[in-house]
Design a protein around this ligand. Structure first.
Ligand code: HAM
Length: 414
């Protein structure tokens, strides 16, 4: 029997990772321009970190956590998300009173039923702004979302946004929702009945049409939050509504318990059932909940597998590729030096070397198939004269003989 990878935990081969690398390099520029810096935290944390942050009644902790006892009989878990670990790390370093603009990336683990766009090991890129009260940080993060989408060529998306008020408002709304729904409990399906008992706010997320109809008559978040919060939400939406599709969604509560204030999600119609590209919001109480000092916090996380599905490769400038073809049996070693010199002269070009495999014709065919714009061909005769053939692979493109110095110059200035 051959050993298989675990369900929902796919391998990523070079051909899969091409899109990831484009995405990652674009993001690095954006984070740099926002003066946001990388943090790396462990993949394993104590289980308590997630039960106290994401919440015991959330699906993520209740059903989806990969938890086990270590050799010391302590319950540890593979992280299902990144925010809790970032807050834990900052508290541990006693830096709650400083300001931080952080980003992270890496695998997350949730024992969900795998389907298109949903995995058990998936990857997030997250951003957390710590120490900034409600205000400009919300604007900055929405701007960042817009920039990310623009830079990777996504135009067909909607930002859903809501304001959950402070903790008291959230609790009062929750109580009122329970009071409203209880007399109708028999009209709810099994899943919503369970949600009503364990995590009533999640009933708002129900996919059941009849539940959604019922909720139209129920209490509205907007009636529980302060006028300031309502105005803040409206101003935020107004500021971006001429740049993207941004809509207030009063049923948006998010599946993690730590949020208060602004919450948002970006969805795309081009993704199928798992349509959320990213999600986030403010979570000012989490530091206290985890035993730290008061610390404002807001952030979001992108689902990498989902966003790269939408990456518009055609709209993104690809690095130039040049085929390096050795057309002679015995000359490989001597030509390596030329390849070395070319790579050190200009490492932004991909030098695609076929290392004398196959005839000149088949190597040229491979260069075309690999989308090379040019080919450098070195045969025995040329090498003797310290020359190479430079071939333009575009239709009707010609070729010329260049000395090794000339080819380096040309390559440097491509
Ligand atoms: P989340 O909404 O649970 O938020 O996850 C963020 C994104 O991760 C989702 O929008 C989705 O794109 C992706 N994602 C989640 N689960 C899966 C899965 N099973 N397979 C593939 N992709 C998935 C959080 O995790 C929060 N920590 C975000 C945040 C940061 N809030 C404040 N700061």
């Amino acid at each position: 029997m051959k050993i298989q990878s675990l369900r929902g935990m796919p391998d990523l081969f070079p051909e899969d990772l091409e899109r990831w690398h484009i995405f990652e390099s674009k993001l690095a520029n954006i984070f740099h321009s926002f003066d946001t810096h990388e943090i790396r935290t462990p993949l394993l944390e104590s289980t308590e970190l997630f039960s106290r942050s994401v919440g015991n009644s959330s699906d993520i902790v209740n059903k989806e956590l990969y938890s086990f006892l270590d050799r010391n009989e302590e319950s540890i878990s593979l992280r299902p998300e990144g925010s809790a670990s970032v807050i834990r790390a900052v508290i541990q370093k006693k830096q709650e009173q400083e300001k931080h603009k952080l980003w992270y990336q890496g695998p997350m683990f949730r024992y969900e039923r795998p389907q298109k766009g949903r995995f058990r090991q998936f990857h997030q890129v997250g951003v957390e702004y710590l120490g900034f009260e409600e205000g400009i940080a919300e604007y900055e993060l929405i701007s960042m979302v817009l920039q990310i989408n623009k830079l990777i060529g996504i135009s067909d998306y909607t930002i859903k946004i809501n304001h959950l008020g402070d903790r008291d408002a959230k609790e009062l709304f929750c109580d009122s929702l329970v009071t409203f729904l209880k007399p109708h409990i028999n009209e709810l399906d099994e899943k919503d009945q369970a949600r009503l008992k364990s995590n009533p706010l999640r009933v708002l997320d129900s996919k059941e049409k009849s539940t959604q109809e019922l909720l139209k008559e129920g209490p509205k978040f907007q009636d529980f939050i302060s006028d300031d919060s309502k105005i803040f939400l409206q101003n935020l939406v107004d500021a971006y509504s001429n740049q993207c599709d941004i809509q207030i969604d009063q049923s948006l509560v998010r599946g993690l318990d730590y949020y208060t204030g602004i919450v948002f999600e970006t969805v795309s119609q081009n993704l199928g059932a798992q349509d959320a590209l990213l999600g986030g919001g403010r979570y000012d109480n989490l530091s206290r909940q985890l035993g730290g000092k008061d610390m404002h916090a807001i952030g979001f996380a992108i689902g990498v597998e989902r966003i790269i599905e939408l990456l518009n490769i055609e709209k993104i400038k690809q690095p130039l590729k040049v085929g390096f073809i050795i057309a002679g049996e015995q000359i490989d070693k001597k030509t390596y030096k030329i390849a070395d010199d070319l790579r050190s002269a200009n490492n932004s070009i991909i030098l695609d070397s076929f290392l004398s495999e196959g005839s000149l014709k088949s190597q040229l065919r491979r260069a075309n198939k690999n989308n090379c714009s040019y080919a450098i061909i070195i045969g025995e005769e040329e090498l003797k004269n310290d020359q190479v053939i430079w071939k333009d692979l575009s239709e009707g493109g010609g070729q010329e003989l260049l000395t090794s110095k000339e080819v380096i110059d040309k390559y440097t200035n491509l």
